[in-house]
Ligand binder design. Structure first.
Ligand SMILES: Cc1cc2nc3c(=O)[nH]c(=O)nc-3n(C[C@H](O)[C@H](O)[C@H](O)COP(=O)(O)OP(=O)(O)OC[C@H]3O[C@@H](n4cnc5c(N)ncnc54)[C@H](O)[C@@H]3O)c2cc1C
Length: 348
């Protein structure tokens, strides 16, 4: 829009597409296949790219504080920084703990872990977290470590009510069958990090070389002092138009929000699909036009990668598993990334 200046503030210049992370772990993708360079995208949008962490927001003063020490004032803010992985109960694991977020840092630390243990013959890995990400990461890691180590043990630890909650019972059944078939031990328990392993709420102790934390996301800490209206969990409270209910100049989407008008699970599908609505409403806020609403479709297509080039597909009540489902997922994911990395596809 004429007469506007735009900034894109982001922790790193490259953003990794989480949907392809389990496939990368299993060795089906190179790191470059899932990385999106934000430089050309910012340039195309006429935005100045600022590579820094937001460490503070003052909603009333309309300023952002950055890790570089800079302060940026704004008339309009679009918040889409996602959440942080909640690792509070696992912190005692120290260097053996690999948090899945930020995804780029996780990829680096996993590669370092494998390099450090290249000469070991026995390895024991656990994934903490029973959401879709935890299940996919356990299945992807299983492929990787069985290829590299003679004796590989892998476990998935999650409270039973947190295992693929929100997914159809058939999806849970298929996922459990797949985990069992691949020799992945599933422990339905709460896990607490301890030196050398995980202490489970059923009293068991799992000796572990590395724990991948996919324990769900919590709101970033810097949000707490922002003055923005948040829900009990600390997520930004927005309406269907993705505008903060307390500060009209602030919009938000993705894992950082809580919708006041309906419940909406935190998933990449909603983060991505809300994008065009968010963009339209930022323009509407400047022009005074009517704002649009983000209304998700009643059914969402989910494709859970099983690490061995198959996937579990669910669409409403339809649930199936197969190589064909992986081929669909692979095509969708590669196409998604190429829209942001291939100038011919994003209309440059
Ligand atoms: C392994 C894994 C697999 C997944 N697979 C799927 C899937 O197949 N389908 C699906 O629907 N969902 C999936 N999800 C969930 C999905 O990744 C999230 O719901 C989605 O990424 C949320 O999008 P977002 O834009 O809110 O945040 P993010 O994707 O986390 O993006 C946040 C961006 O903001 C930047 N940022 C963060 N903090 C700051 C800060 N303080 N300052 C500046 N920049 C910051 C980050 O660098 C990042 O670029 C998966 C998640 C994981 C972990």
């Amino acid at each position: 829009m004429p007469g506007t200046e735009r900034w894109l503030v982001t922790s790193s210049r490259h953003t990794a597409y989480s949907g392809m992370l389990p496939g990368w772990l299993a060795g089906h993708y190179r790191a470059s296949d899932l990385l999106i360079d934000l430089g050309p995208l910012a340039e195309k949008a006429g935005a100045k790219l600022v590579v820094a962490d937001v460490v503070g927001l003052d909603a009333a003063r309309q300023t952002l504080s950055l890790s570089s020490g800079e302060e940026i004032g704004f008339d309009l803010l679009s918040l889409a920084t996602g959440g942080e992985t909640d690792i509070s109960s696992l912190a005692a694991l120290g260097d053996s703990l690999l948090s899945v977020r930020p995804v780029g840092a996780f990829m680096e630390r996993w590669s370092n872990f494998l390099d450090r243990n290249a000469l070991a013959s026995t390895i024991s890995i656990a994934v903490a977290g029973g959401g879709a990400a935890g299940v996919e990461l356990a299945l992807g890691a299983e492929v990787a470590i069985r290829r590299l180590f003679r004796n590989a043990r892998i476990s998935l630890v999650a409270p039973e009510d947190g295992f693929l909650s929100g997914h159809a019972p058939q999806v849970r059944k298929r996922a459990l069958a797949e985990l069992a078939r691949r020799g992945i031990a599933v422990h339905f328990a709460q896990a607490v990090g301890a030196e050398g392993g995980l202490l489970l709420s059923n009293g068991d102790f799992l000796p572990i070389d590395c724990v991948i934390a996919a324990t769900g996301s919590r709101p970033p800490r810097w949000l707490a002092g922002s003055g923005l209206a948040c829900n009990e969990a600390g997520l930004v409270a927005v309406g269907a138009d993705l505008r903060s209910i307390s500060h009209g100049s602030i919009f938000a989407a993705g894992d950082i929000i809580d919708r006041v008008d309906r419940s909406l699970e935190r998933s990449g599908v909603h983060a991505v699909k809300a994008g065009p609505v968010l963009a339209a409403n930022l323009r509407a806020a400047l022009s005074g036009a009517r704002r649009s609403q983000y209304q998700p479709r009643s059914r969402t297509l989910y494709l859970l990668a099983t690490g061995d080039k198959r996937a579990i597909v669910s669409w409403g009540r339809f649930v199936a598993v197969g190589h064909w489902a992986w081929r669909i997922k692979d095509w969708i994911d590669r196409y998604f990334v190429s829209r942001y990395t291939n100038p011919a596809r994003n209309g440059q």
